[in-house]
Design a binder for this molecule. Structure first.
Ligand code: FES
Length: 334
């Protein structure tokens, strides 16, 4: 951690991955989409991030919401996220749209990245609606002569954010598909020639993710597939934290020096929050990443929708809102 105060070019202090930033700008980017730019109040440098990363915003009401960073990752003094007003959502996006945010201080957690851009000979990006945000940061970071294509679908042209910037970056590599004019993205055609030299990235609503996952399995199993979810893949998933045949698990919190005996009908997160009330969490369904914790000993039973098979195999991190243990004891870095 670097903590240097009162210097414009010093790094901002990080307290457990949490920052207090001030909203410097709010812009309307498309129908019902705003971008929100945050910076340190004293103008200090912010922690680095790479495309695919997200921030967790602590809203004035206390709600926690995750938003992908869509600004330029080389800009080390501000973060920008984009927020779609979701009329049927749980209230977080309405709060951000309806509050006069400029000048307000917001606590943010992160940046964290579960959607890393891997090097590849060729990248194929598939974005639905507000899912374009992490992909905007990705295509901006690629070399001018890189081989990539972006297939961006939205309800209508006026609902699609960042189209001018995307077209300026990618020119003919960017295909815009407003549904009311051109129908849905033709996922089978997009993936038809994806081979082992191709990395496919998809972010968007659940039906698009399902279509891409299905087409990948049928048509392009040798390509690597990277998916970012904004919501559980189906209502109620990840796997429930307490399934009928679960066993009790002993959880040792190494830094707190506490041992918890977690009954089969409780999540490990709930048990942790009994003794560590500030433990972050948001979705409680294993897709947002808020409750991530490092595993020091023991074998997690991963039930989240975030980790890759390789990350599951490594077993060094887990999401205790849904995941449990294969070993009798887990030792966590809390
Ligand atoms: S609270 Fe969202 S992954 Fe655990």
């Amino acid at each position: 951690m670097t903590t240097v105060l009162d210097s414009h070019h010093a790094d901002v202090a990080i307290h457990g991955g949490s920052l207090e930033l001030v909203v410097t700008r709010v812009s309307l980017e498309a129908d019902d989409v705003i971008s929100v730019t945050l910076a340190d109040a004293a103008g200090r440098k912010l922690p680095d991030w790479r495309p695919g990363a997200h921030l967790e915003l602590v809203l004035p009401s206390g709600l926690l919401r995750q938003y992908s960073l869509c600004g330029d990752s080389r800009d080390t003094f501000s973060y920008t996220v984009a927020v779609l007003r979701e009329a049927g959502g749980r209230g977080g996006s309405r709060e951000l749209h309806d509050t006069g945010l400029v000048g307000k201080r917001l606590r943010v957690n992160g940046p964290r990245n579960h959607f890393e851009l891997v090097p590849s000979r060729r990248h194929v990006f598939i974005a639905g609606g507000i899912g374009v945000t992490p992909i905007l940061a990705m295509v901006r970071s690629l070399a001018d002569d890189a081989s990539w294509s972006l297939h961006y679908g939205g309800r209508t042209a006026s609902s699609m954010a960042f189209v001018t910037e995307l077209s300026a970056i990618g020119g003919p590599r960017v295909s815009l598909v407003p549904q009311d004019e051109r129908g849905l993205l033709d996922v089978d055609a997009i993936l038809a020639d994806a081979d082992e030299s191709t990395a496919v990235y998809c972010c968007g609503p659940a039906p698009l993710l399902a279509a891409v996952t299905d087409a990948h399995a049928r048509l392009a199993p040798d390509a690597s597939l990277h998916i970012e979810r904004f919501a559980a893949s189906s209502p109620g998933s990840g796997t429930p934290a307490a399934a009928g045949d679960d066993k009790p698990v002993e959880v040792l919190l190494r830094r707190s020096g506490l041992t918890l005996n977690v009954a089969p009908d409780r999540s490990i997160l709930d048990a942790i929050r009994d003794v560590v009330p500030g433990m972050p969490y948001s979705c409680t369904e294993g897709y947002c990443g808020s409750c991530e914790v490092a595993v020091l000993e023991g074998t997690p039973d991963h039930r989240d929708e975030i980790l890759t098979p390789q990350e599951r195999e490594r077993g060094t991190t887990m999401f205790p809102c849904v995941s449990r243990a294969l070993s009798e004891q887990l030792v966590l870095d809390i």
